[in-house]
Design a protein around this ligand. Structure first.
Ligand code: URA
Length: 433
């Protein structure tokens, strides 16, 4: 088999066989196919697309390109959750202890990632001493003992995807439905859970700006999960404005803790309840949505979900007292209000611009090598549909550097749009696939 022939085949709109896709992925992972040939293939896929069969073959080939985590040492149904990401998305921090407190086993691998804030692992490192660099033995043991563990990607999970994603990033071939779905699902399938709940975001702060594209991606990923024998559900949720009020690592952790105490923002709490319900159904801990919602409300009201977070933090070396006293989490030296120059209803918040404000403060990574400032970020006081008077605070900015604060503030003020009439609030949950 020759890569040249496969590129030509795809370029001409023909369908690649499973054997051809297996060859292409294993040879590329081994370094025997050069980047320039794979880049040409990605561009051919971008224009000619892939069939469902080709996408499924690509997903499995990438999933099998490295370690496949074996979770059979953990009793019961293991349920994983994945979000396509967005601004203020601290869902895993609150959701996983809620679901674990209801009896579902959470054995999750998570990443740091590039972006406006860190990934779940960075956020969890706001707890002094917390580590996700644990052995797979520790990981499996902890899940059996307390029902929850989150491990950093210490194993070599889907190395083909790592290489391909980096290549797509610099060759304008990221935004192809089959390639995105295969990339996400290859990592999830290699991570070993029996059931997967996907949170597919849509709106100005999401990968998929258009709702129809988010639904198409969700359907594609659900198909891939089921094809691999995993129960897979996708919730399509709004990311046209930031989720909750907090954006920034430690600030988001505080908001997640408040949510576990029952004092969380309405939208964030609703999303945790919906995803949590789908996880309980997938793990057969609840028979229907009503029972799942009752169980989730129960673990918040009893304090069991908060205690589960503390137990989880402690088991991974963190200072669990910070769960009960959030002043122990990192905090920034400077706080300043961002005052509105205009009056009216907030009509739109350009969501990814707010993410960039957090990045400018040092709360995210621009390159893999950047270090992250866990303490900085923003707390919004006004969201879409709220009325604002001129001079009223739109947000509190948390910073450690005056210059960065000024840059971020300037950008923030351009991200808010006002109108004289109250805009209709978009639904948070767009649908379930
Ligand atoms: N996230 C991924 O992991 N892969 C993609 O291709 C896009 C988003």
């Amino acid at each position: 088999m020759r890569m040249y022939d496969l590129i030509m085949k795809k370029r001409n709109g023909e369908i690649l066989s499973k054997e051809e896709i297996d060859f292409m992925i294993s040879e590329y992972t081994a370094g025997r196919i050069p980047d320039y040939q794979m880049a040409a293939m990605m561009m051919a896929v971008y224009f000619q697309k892939m069939t469902q069969e080709e996408t499924a073959a690509l997903t499995m080939a990438m999933a099998k390109s490295g370690d496949m985590l074996d979770l059979s040492a953990i009793e019961g149904i293991k349920v994983d959750k994945h979000s396509t990401g967005g601004v203020g998305d601290k869902t895993s921090i609150a959701l996983t202890p809620m679901v674990a407190a209801c009896g579902i086993r959470i054995a999750k691998m998570s990443g740091r990632g590039l972006g406006h804030t860190g990934g779940t692992i960075d956020k969890l490192e706001s707890f002094p001493g917390f580590s996700t660099e644990i052995s797979s033995g520790h990981f499996l043991d902890q899940v059996n003992r307390i029902g929850i563990s989150i491990m950093g990607q210490t194993l070599d999970i889907a190395p083909a995807d790592k290489k391909l994603y980096a290549l797509r990033d610099v060759t304008a071939t990221v935004d192809n439905m089959s390639l995105i779905a295969a990339s996400i699902m290859s990592k999830k399938l290699a991570s070993g859970a029996d059931a997967i709940v996907l949170d597919v975001k849509t709106g100005s702060g999401a990968f998929m700006k258009k709702e129809e594209d988010a639904f198409a991606l969700a359907k594609e990923m659900v198909m891939l999960g089921r094809h691999a024998g995993r129960k897979t559900t996708a919730v399509i949720s709004d990311m046209d404005e930031p989720l909750g009020f907090a954006i920034g690592n430690a600030l988001e952790v505080k908001e997640a803790i408040e949510t576990l105490k029952g004092n969380g923002p309405q939208d964030f709490t609703q999303l945790c309840m919906e995803l949590g319900a789908q996880m309980l159904l997938a793990g057969k801990a609840a028979e229907d949505t009503k029972q799942a919602y009752d169980m989730l409300r129960g673990v918040i009201e009893s304090g069991a979900a908060l205690r589960k977070l503390a137990q989880f933090v402690e088991a991974q070396g963190g200072d669990a007292s910070a769960v009960y006293d959030t002043s122990l989490l990192p905090s920034a030296r400077i706080t300043e209000e961002i005052l509105s120059k205009q009056e009216g209803y907030v009509e739109k918040i350009v969501c990814d611009e707010i993410g960039i404000c957090s990045l400018l403060l040092g709360g995210g990574r621009e390159t893999k090598e950047s270090t992250i400032d866990l303490s900085v970020g923003l707390i919004l006081h006004k969201k879409v549909g709220d009325y604002v008077k001129a001079g009223e605070s739109l947000a509190t900015i948390h910073a450690n550097d005056k210059e960065k604060l000024l840059l971020s503030k300037e950008r923030f003020l351009c991200a808010y749009r006002f109108s004289e009439t109250r805009p209709e609030k978009a639904a948070l949950i767009k649908g379930i696939v």
